[in-house]
Design a protein around this ligand. Sequence first.
Ligand SMILES: Nc1nc2c(c(=O)[nH]1)N[C@H]1C(S)=C(S)[C@@H](COP(=O)(O)OP(=O)(O)OC[C@H]3O[C@@H](n4cnc5c(=O)[nH]c(N)nc54)[C@H](O)[C@@H]3O)O[C@H]1N2
Ligand SMILES: Nc1nc2c(c(=O)[nH]1)N[C@H]1C(S)=C(S)[C@@H](COP(=O)(O)OP(=O)(O)OC[C@H]3O[C@@H](n4cnc5c(=O)[nH]c(N)nc54)[C@H](O)[C@@H]3O)O[C@H]1N2
Ligand code: SF4
Ligand SMILES: [Mo]
Length: 677
Amino acid sequence: MQTTRIRTTCPRDCYDACGIVVERRKNGSAKIVGDPDHFVSRGSLCGKCAVAYNGGFLDPSARLLTPLIRVGKKGSGQWGSISWNEALDAISNRVKPLIGTSDARKILHAHYTGTVALLSGNFPLRFFNSIGATEVDPDTVCNKAGHAALQLIFGDSLTGFDPRTISDARTIMVWGANPSTSAPHVDRYWLKTKSARRIVIDPIKHRTASEADLFLQPRPGSDAALAFSMLNAIKEAELLDSDFINKHCIGWPEIDVQIARCTPEWGECETGVPAELIRKAACEYARGPSLLWLGQGLQRQPFGGNVFRACSLLPAATGNLLREGTGILYMNGLGFRGVDSSWLTGSYISAPTPTISHMDLHTALNDPQQSNVFFTWNCNPVASSPQQEKLIEGLKREDLFHVAIDMFATDTVDYADLVLPAASFLEFNDLILSYFDWTVSAQVKAFDAPGEAASNMEIFRRLARAIGLKGASLYDDDQAMLDELIKQTEIGITFEELASRGTVQWSERTGIPFEGGRFPTPSGKIELAGGRFVAAGLPFAPIPRSDPKPRPGWWRVLSPANRWLMNSTYGGESGIRKQIGPQTGFMNSAELQAAGFTDGDNVVLQNETGELAIKLAVDNSVPDQTILLHKGRWLKHDPSARNVNVLNPGQKSDLGESSSVHGIEVRIRGVNEITAA
Ligand SMILES: Nc1nc2c(c(=O)[nH]1)N[C@H]1C(S)=C(S)[C@@H](COP(=O)(O)OP(=O)(O)OC[C@H]3O[C@@H](n4cnc5c(=O)[nH]c(N)nc54)[C@H](O)[C@@H]3O)O[C@H]1N2
Ligand SMILES: Nc1nc2c(c(=O)[nH]1)N[C@H]1C(S)=C(S)[C@@H](COP(=O)(O)OP(=O)(O)OC[C@H]3O[C@@H](n4cnc5c(=O)[nH]c(N)nc54)[C@H](O)[C@@H]3O)O[C@H]1N2
Ligand code: SF4
Ligand SMILES: [Mo]
């Protein structure tokens, strides 16, 4: 049978940015597979995408197909179908009177990386910027503390090492990331290079950790102490690079005076990592050339900013920067590849619009003075944001008008007044710049959108038109914007050619971040300590500290990525639900026994913020006094009707008003049955 093959790219919030082939058969059936020619995916998709893209994404009965209006109580998920014109009028009637008044700030919108494609992830911001709405700062739910710290230190958090330089590295240190889950192909192919040794630092002995050459298992929240004790070992072994420090860093004396007391033996007490292992890893990293991958899980801590400052000392003190095979990767952004974010998002359209942190979203949604209209697009805050109970309370407010835009009926969609059906990445063209590799990829339309679903771009053009907004950039068409973006990247080919190739390297030459030692900080140097940190609410210099252990009878909850979910995306997919099973917290066998439970017991986790009924199971990769409870489950498919974020107080990290979700602590009590609280 005749088959058409269309190359495209996965737009999920994932380091891999896999190449995809859509196989369309003459009889109308289709199959979504990995692109065998793509250097990351090499012909396979991850399990979750293989299931979801061949499941709900192709099944119109699983999708939102028309605009919907609420007919039942808020949260009941009862809808009536309405026309696009009726929906747009209803939104316009509510939004238009607020525009140009001081109440425009009461239009809140939350969005994030449901898709990381450039247009569908950013174009709607032009609309919100032009009406002066309040943005729920997306990075505050994920990685803001890390970004803010790296910006202060290096002047830029979005230019990481070029993964192609791995051939020049002797060591790769992965700190607080779990590529075996969050970057499965990078883990399988890139990280397994024979030329470099791997050091992994993580409280959980996940698959990447268990396959590493050296594995350090610190207690959660003790990484700053670990970094300082590694510096002590490096100094003791005379592996500090004084020339590099003198030439490129300011603030070293404030660090140096703190190192002496941070012996590896002290480090062992603070972190639980054996002193000899600290010495070994430190010296191996210092000798270099070494790459340092700083994970996003690493900074989701009450002192996440301090952790990132302390970890950043290692490359600076050992000169593992500015040459092939060295550098830090947090995320690779758009800017160095030429993309003009201000043009893309329309941030120039108005005065800077107000923002709030995700940590404050629950408060804002419960306060009519702060919120009157709420848009959610590319995100699912009911599942992903802190203070789940209070957030849901706020969403139940009769006087709050909530518009949810999604492809699927998520828990957040269930609380909306009005739902707009979004097209999926398989249904329109877009552009993707991986946040790991220095590449540019095409997202290519393979199908028409089902029902009346429309891309985010089309939805926000329609909304702008319905409200009568002025400004040509609100109405730009997709092809013209894609052409402009390609021009900005200077890759020198058309979108059509990129579409036929799938992915291209942004530059033929391997890149070196901050090449020549030009750091975009006020001093032009790496700033390890100084008044700018104090102005940002931090100590003058990073401090060698660790979080206290949980009190007796309390456990720290880590809720990182689930290998079968993409945040909460896919949580409604039946094939995925079979894989993830019941909501389960994992403890090591000694801890489980000490807590008085056995494998399979039903329990309630509780703290000042909330209660959650789950199962307990044994997993010996989890350290003492810790429960591993993955993020991203849909509430409505669980008998407890909540997920881990019901326990999340939304405490702000020390920098960037960011999430410290890996700092949650709970007590445990046994129950017979798992039910809603
Ligand atoms: N407990 C705990 N909570 C966490 C974390 C944690 O570690 N622990 N991690 C946090 C992190 S790192 C993040 S990034 C956040 C993520 O949290 P969210 O930003 O809420 O991400 P998702 O849950 O994946 O929701 C994305 C939604 O976008 C939709 N979508 C996809 N493509 C499109 C599109 O083209 N148009 C529209 N309109 N919608 C689309 C998907 O269907 C999905 O419902 O969660 C945070 N929450
Ligand atoms: N399958 C899958 N892939 C994903 C996602 C997903 O939900 N599912 N989410 C995507 C998103 S939005 C993001 S932000 C990335 C995140 O991807 P990663 O950067 O890998 O981050 P996480 O999975 O949140 O957590 C990584 C590790 O941080 C560790 N960690 C927690 N606390 C500490 C600590 O105090 N010290 C140290 N050293 N480590 C600690 C956890 O044990 C975990 O193993 O993954 C992306 N990829
Ligand atoms: S989610 Fe990541 S691993 Fe899975 S197909 Fe997409 S890019 Fe590849
Ligand atoms: Mo994230």
